[in-house]
Design a protein around this ligand. Structure first.
Ligand SMILES: [Zn+2]
Length: 177
């Protein structure tokens, strides 16, 4: 175990760094801090509720669009079996790729997405500028698979100082406002 501030090696049970006095943050205290922050900060709750609703709106649009695109691309199979033409294993993959493309294009061109527009949210760099293509790719790549996105969100809330940043937002230096 090492001090998060000065890097000094610490004993397993120490509560403070012996060199610089910084309190030792364990996973448990960190988790308590996160819960406490959410309880005490209605704006933080509000922020994440808005983002979840925006994501649900965008996901519905993406899934419908993916279904239509696949129906067109696999037209003979669609005619043969209108409800079974979409393979249950290929659809999540196709819609995951579609989601990454959709969010990267929307955020690079408009700085937002349809769902975020509904919730009056936009994506900017930490200094408040429009996101570039590269930053949009970094912050949206986890949307290829829901479990990755969840880890990105949870990781961000726990690992970054700003609990409004996903982990990938910290890497890309971006935020949703
Ligand atoms: Zn220290």
């Amino acid at each position: 175990m090492y001090c998060s501030k000065c890097g000094e090696k610490l004993d397993e049970n120490s509560k403070f760094c012996t060199k610089c006095g910084t309190p030792v943050t364990t996973a448990e205290t960190k988790a308590n801090n996160v819960v406490e922050s959410f309880e005490k900060d209605p704006q933080l709750q509000d922020h994440w509720i808005k983002r979840v609703i925006a994501y649900i709106i965008d996901s519905i649009i993406i899934n419908i669009a993916t279904g239509i695109l696949l129906a067109v691309a696999l037209f003979p199979a669609f005619i043969a079996n209108p409800f079974g033409y979409i393979n249950v294993t290929s659809f999540p993959f196709a819609s995951g790729i579609a989601a990454v493309i959709y969010f990267v294009v929307a955020e690079t061109v408009y700085g937002t997405s349809i769902g975020k527009t509904f919730m009056m949210l936009k994506v900017v760099t930490v200094s408040g500028e429009k996101v570039t293509f590269e930053k949009a790719v970094i912050r949206n790549i986890s949307k290829v698979y829901p479990v990755l996105l969840l880890l990105d969100v949870v990781g961000g809330v726990f690992a970054t100082s700003d609990m409004r940043q996903k982990y990938s937002d910290q890497i890309a230096n971006t935020k949703v406002v």
